[in-house]
Design a protein around this ligand. Structure first.
Ligand code: SF4
Length: 694
């Protein structure tokens, strides 16, 4: 029993882990946070939470946290603690020196999905207004950038269509490439409640996740596909729906481009795309696939939820569009209980994307080449802006190894651990003259940094996060920043040192600027957030209280767009040397690369990453449970312990990536999505063999 006593004060704020966006009451005694209590009025969680938000906040006071700025002339030198004044002046002068030596486009930055909307907006503004280019990217590059591309192309906007409450009206729930029990636990509970009430479930996943069968829940259909064949499976479902006449002609005629539908229908109807013809490719039983397609098309309100098992593929954008095609063909967009819903990973990945963190888009997803949008920002910021898209993260790294890109500002992102092909990331960082890392801890990327600016936790700042249902919620300062400044103040100091006339006194002023420059945020301000608790964008004059369900009377782009998505096999092939396919995921108690959860008591519940392997594959290799194994791919090799389980099919292995000792991204390749460069984390050809340990 933990006795925390009566708190001196309590502040309502938002969890900084996943895209569910649970609200908590942070209880303080003196300057000590003693308890996080799920907030019953939180619209995303309604008083529920998971172990991360409730218990895993000890990292905020962890002894490894860096509280003083540091600089060093080269990465083989020891760090030297300096004053904030010196660190900021040095950072600004290095960016200016490099731009005058190598050109305006030789520098760039990466925003953080862990930071607030206001902070990510300021980082992209620093790059566009201060650096004079569009070399800004965000961690969505490695997770949901295909969602941005796919949903914008088909529906006209880069976000999920529903609020979480919508699932209560669903009759059929199709979950593809997602494990919400571990990744989005509070939303998973709401989904499971609906399933227990009788909604039918279809799971498309190479792994037998908890959703497939757990107490009181059993999926009607589990399509256990071979990793990398999402598009072929979804196209085979479309084949069934079109050839059996199960599409919603009235909806399509009214809401979509009919000519494009006909082209798409002709494509998916071809015999070679039938469940039977593609079964040897996908590994999915054709009868089961036909039944699943019929259920989705005819079972009532059909809602699709998906995760990184959709996006982190060489065909990630095609898969998102294939999902959108299915939803439009069956009339399942534009009312409660239906829709296409990406389960966004990080707490504010939706917000980071909304705020213009992409090299081709301003806030609100307007292209930098759009003269009207650019003129709006030029008027507000008083400088001409670059009309050419900037570099994505992998392109920045490529340009660095080629000598054309020299300096990078990285806020709250450990790209050496989180991005694919670690050797490629390391080579790019090592080739730069100035890497500035702003973070809580000396992360792996900081090994290549020249300046370290200590970051602040979500407990130490005001701002907003936007969750997976487009819900903008307040983050409220619980305690003073241990490092002295909130992240938005640090970015402002860098901007001022570079000669920009920024003078924000509070994040609410930054939000006012966002609202003035971003049509979908027009009615968002701190007073409205206080009054209503949260707002779901678009919040406009026509919908000042926000928009829980999108595309009600028509798609944002006008007519919904059917896109032909041909299946193209990944270049990552199995063969005699690498006969197994590795796919990756998360576990409930940890978060991503574990920078925070590894520095809390959660580590006791999951102290290491394990390699799941089917009993047949284990037996063939003479492996026993818990044994150390070597995991090798064309890109690299690592060592971890085996977990023998039928959760994975023969030929497939699976691991999490929460511990740096695992170095899962030493194994992953640098193949990526054709449209967005999102890495193909979910398919790597590997071999597994016994090992003596690391
Ligand atoms: Fe909620 Fe996600 Fe935080 Fe868990 S990690 S408390 S589900 S926001």
């Amino acid at each position: 029993v933990i006795k925390v006593g009566t708190p001196d004060k309590a502040v309502v704020t938002t969890c900084a882990y996943c895209g569910v966006g649970c609200t908590f009451r942070a209880e303080m005694r003196g300057e000590q946070l003693v308890r996080m209590v799920p907030w019953k009025d939180g619209k995303a969680n309604r008083g529920h939470s998971c172990v991360k938000g409730r218990f895993a906040w000890g990292y905020a006071n962890h002894k490894e946290r860096i509280l003083n700025p540091m600089i060093r002339e080269s990465v083989d030198q020891p760090w030297r603690e300096v004053s904030w004044e010196e660190a900021i002046a040095h950072t600004a002068s290095e960016f200016r020196r490099i731009q005058s030596s190598y050109g305006t486009r030789a520098v760039g930055g990466i925003t953080s999905s862990r930071c607030t909307n206001e902070e990510t907006f300021l980082v992209q503004k620093l790059i566009r207004q201060g650096f004079g280019n569009n070399n800004v990217d965000t961690c969505a590059r490695v997770c949901h950038s295909p969602t941005g591309y796919g949903l914008k192309t088909t529906f006209g906007t880069s976000a999920g269509t529903q609020d979480f409450d919508s699932v209560q009206h669903s009759d059929v729930i199709l979950v593809i490439g997602a494990n919400p029990t571990d990744g989005h636990p509070v939303f998973a509970s709401r989904m499971k409640r609906r399933l227990r009430q009788g909604a039918k479930l279809i799971v498309i996943d190479p792994r037998r996740t908890d959703l497939v069968r757990s107490p009181h829940i059993e999926a009607a259909h589990h399509l256990s596909l071979r990793p990398g064949t999402n598009v072929a499976v979804l196209t085979a479902m479309a084949h069934v729906i079109v050839t059996e006449g199960l599409f919603d002609q009235a909806y399509i005629t009214e809401r979509c481009d009919w000519d494009e539908f006909q082209d798409w229908a002709a494509f998916v109807s071809e015999d070679e795309r039938s469940p039977e013809a593609t079964a040897s490719l996908t590994g999915v039983d054709p009868d089961e696939l036909r039944k699943a397609a019929r259920l989705y098309a005819t079972g009532g309100n059909g809602a699709i939820y998906y995760g990184l098992g959709v996006t982190e593929h060489s065909q990630g954008s095609s898969t998102v569009m294939a999902i959108a095609n299915l939803a439009m063909a069956t009339g399942n967009v534009g009312r409660e209980g239906v829709g296409v819903n990406p389960l966004r990973g990080q707490n504010n990945v939706q917000g980071a994307c909304d705020m213009g963190s992409f090299p081709h888009e301003f806030s609100g997803y307007r292209h930098v080449s759009d003269p009207e949008a650019r003129a709006m920002f030029e008027d507000a910021w008083g400088v001409p802006l670059d009309d050419e898209p900037g570099l994505r993260i992998p392109n920045m790294l490529d340009a660095a190894t080629d000598g054309a890109f020299k300096a990078l500002f990285i806020q709250g992102e450990d790209i050496l651990q989180s991005d694919p092909n670690t050797a490629h990331v390391a080579a790019g960082l090592a080739a730069m003259e100035c890497v500035v890392v702003q973070d809580l801890f000396l992360n792996e990327t900081a090994n290549y940094a020249h300046v370290f600016l200590p970051g602040s936790t979500f407990l130490e700042k005001d701002g907003t996060f936007t969750n997976a249902e487009r819900r903008i919620q307040r983050v409220r300062k619980v305690m003073a920043p241990l490092n002295g400044f909130a992240d938005w103040e640090i970015v402002q100091m860098v901007a001022q040192a570079m000669g920009l006339d920024w003078s924000y006194a509070h994040p609410s002023e930054i939000m006012d600027e966002i609202a003035a420059l971003t049509p979908s945020f027009a009615k968002v301000n701190y007073a409205a957030l206080e009054e209503h608790g949260s707002l779901q964008w678009p919040a406009t004059a026509a919908a000042p209280l926000g928009t829980p369900t999108m595309h009600l009377d028509g798609f944002v782009r006008g007519k919904g767009k059917f896109v032909v998505t041909d299946y193209v096999a990944t270049d990552e092939k199995t063969g005699p040397r690498f006969p197994l396919l590795l796919t990756t995921g998360r576990i409930l108690s940890h978060y991503n690369v574990g920078a925070q959860t590894r520095r809390t008591d959660n580590v006791a519940w999951h102290p290491e990453d394990r390699l799941e392997i089917h009993p047949h594959d284990a037996e063939n290799r003479g492996l026993h449970d818990g044994q150390w194994v070597s995991l090798r791919s064309r890109a690299g090799e690592t060592t971890l312990r085996a977990l023998i389980t039928e959760r994975v099919a023969p030929g497939v292995v699976y691991t999490t990536f929460h511990h740096p000792t695992t170095q899962a991204n030493v194994i992953t390749t640098d193949f990526s999505d054709w449209a967005t460069n999102c890495p193909e984390y979910k398919v790597t050809a590997v071999q597994v063999s016994p090992s003596n340990g690391p």
